[in-house]
Design a protein around this ligand. Sequence first.
Ligand code: NAP
Length: 302
Amino acid sequence: MTTQQATSPQESPVTVVGLGPMGIALAEALQKKGHPITVWNRTASRADELVAKGATRAETVAEAVSASPVAIMCLKDYETMYDVFGPATEELRGRALVNLNSGTPKEAHAAVAWAGEHGIGYLDGAIMVPPYLIGNPESVFLFSGSEEIFTEHRATLSAMGDPRFLGADASLAVLYNTALLGQMYATMNGFLHATALVASAGVSAEAFADLSVNWFLPTVVTSTLVAQSPAMDKADYPGEYGTMEMNLNALEHITRTCQEQGVHAQQPELMLNIAKEAIARGYGDKNYFAVFEVFKKALQAS
Ligand SMILES: NC(=O)c1ccc[n+]([C@@H]2O[C@H](COP(=O)([O-])OP(=O)(O)OC[C@H]3O[C@@H](n4cnc5c(N)ncnc54)[C@H](OP(=O)(O)O)[C@@H]3O)[C@@H](O)[C@H]2O)c1
């Protein structure tokens, strides 16, 4: 769908709906790049500073979306989107709506259907950085769904960071987002747990961080993961340099060491149980990356 034509990037008006910490950061970044902006927020006073810097405060969402060819929403969740934009669907018809709320793939698909029913050009997205990094050209924003809307408004989206288009399936942005968040928590917990283990012998977090982050992550983890990813796509896990059985032994040592040192052991126990499941499923002589097959199991079953 072609939405109302934007003018040149610097002059293209943008509407921002939702002024929590993230929405304010998005509006400020757009304003700094010279976009005239119109804003709406349930709690109107949150727009005060933006208005003082030249933004227009709309009295209603309908008025806000009418002011620009593209409206960027940054609300709490998808449910809030229907409450907020429900009364403005007529004004949105033929315009572009960019959803930067966090949500699930199912919610993203439902939003595409809702937008389609109302003739709204819809693009789903996810923000991969905290508010203080918005506007930085390296800050990644993920988008999926309508490539036409993405391309048409790319210059505007670039004012907030580095926009990446993932594909026509609108759920990809939120799926990547949650996958990367899951990786972030697992990575942070890996570091936090390892640091707790050496702290049981009086080692400071600062002393351990140098070895664990500066050396271990780039030289051991990063290079291995990138090198192994093509084999993962082929489900090819040769065990000549180390088998799942060998890794089970290592995971048992970690668990026992935690118990001996009085350190929380549930995290290594969980990894131990996953490795045991991989062995039970016939991957005992394969390398550790065969755990990927265990993780994919629920996906294949659904
Ligand atoms: N903050 C981050 O670091 C970060 C990073 C990446 C992605 N995100 C995502 O960005 C989105 C916004 O996050 P945020 O940090 O700015 O704060 P948030 O607390 O998730 O969202 C606040 C916004 O939602 C509005 N809102 C909540 N319930 C509403 C309702 N029933 N009706 C109308 N408006 C309602 C709030 O309005 P009021 O001001 O009136 O309460 C405010 O504008 C979320 O989906 C979040 O997951 C945030």
